[in-house]
Design a protein around this ligand. Structure first.
Ligand SMILES: Cc1cn([C@H]2C[C@H](O)[C@@H](COP(=O)(O)OP(=O)(O)O[C@H]3O[C@@H](C)C(=O)[C@@H](O)[C@H]3O)O2)c(=O)[nH]c1=O
Length: 185
C-alpha cells in the first residue's frame, strides 16, 4: 500500500498492491495497520455505495455538526473526485484537490473530517464506494454549490446532472461561520 500526500495536507491518496493471476485480481481495499503506519487511524462506522451514469455530479457535501472523514474509491468506471478544505482558519481554506479514481487504477482517497467532497462521473457508469467515520445524519447533511466561483474547481464536466438538493446548495461565502468546521492545528 503506497500512500501519497496531496497539496491539501491531510488528504492522502492510497494505492493498494494489486495481485493479478489467471482468475482475476485481489487487493486490500483497507488495512488499518498499513494506514496506521502512516499516521492514519480512522474509525469507520458506515459504508456506502452509489451508482451513477456519465455526467452525474454528486457534491459538494459535508456534515456539520458530526463531520465525516471519508475513504473513497471506485469499483467500476471512472470519476473525478474532489476534496475542498472548508475548515475556518485553515491555511488551505477554500482550496481543493482532485484525484482520478477508477476501477482500473484502484486508487483510494482519504478525505479527513472538515472537508467537503464531491465527484463527477467520466465513464458510462460508475460504482462508487466509501467508508465514513461518522454515521449519516439527515439534519446535519450540508452542501456547497459545485460551481461556486470562489472555489474555482476545474470540473471536467460542463453541464452535469445534479440532484435538486445540489442545484440549490449555497455558496461557501453564504454559509454562517457556526455551520462550518473549525481548523485545529
Ligand atoms: C449519504 C446518505 C444518503 N442517504 C439517503 C438520503 C437520500 O434519500 C438518498 C440519497 O442521498 P444523497 O442525494 O445525499 O446522496 P449522494 O448525493 O450520493 O450523497 C453523497 O455524496 C457524496 C459526494 C458524499 O460525499 C457522501 O458523503 C454523500 O453526501 O440516500 C442515506 O440514507 N444515508 C446516507 O449516508
Amino acid at each position: 500500500m503506497k500512500l501519497t500526500e496531496t497539496r491539501l495536507p491531510g488528504c492522502v491518496v492510497i494505492e493498494p498492491q494489486v495481485f493479478g493471476d489467471s482468475r482475476g485480481q485481489f487487493f486490500e481495499s483497507f488495512n488499518c495497520d498499513k494506514l496506521a503506519a502512516h499516521g492514519l487511524t480512522p474509525n469507520f462506522v458506515q459504508g456506502n455505495v452509489s451508482t451513477s451514469t456519465r455526467g452525474v455530479l454528486r457534491g459538494l457535501h459535508y456534515q456539520w455538526p458530526k463531520p465525516q472523514g471519508k475513504y473513497v474509491s471506485v469499483l467500476d468506471g471512472e470519476v473525478w473526485d474532489v476534496a475542498v478544505d472548508i475548515r475556518r482558519g485553515s491555511p488551505t481554506y477554500g482550496k481543493w484537490e482532485a484525484v482520478l479514481l477508477s476501477g482500473e487504477n484502484r486508487l483510494h482517497f482519504w478525505i479527513p473530517e472538515g472537508f467537503a467532497h464531491g465527484f463527477a462521473v467520466l465513464s458510462e457508469r460508475a460504482t462508487f464506494t466509501y467508508l465514513c467515520t461518522q454515521t449519516y445524519d439527515r439534519d446535519a447533511d450540508a452542501g456547497i454549490r459545485w460551481n461556486d466561483p470562489a472555489l474555482a474547481i476545474d470540473w471536467p464536466v460542463a453541464e452535469p446532472i445534479l440532484s435538486d438538493k445540489d442545484m440549490r446548495a449555497p455558496l461557501l461565502a453564504d454559509i454562517a461561520d457556526d455551520r462550518l468546521p473549525v481548523y485545529a492545528a
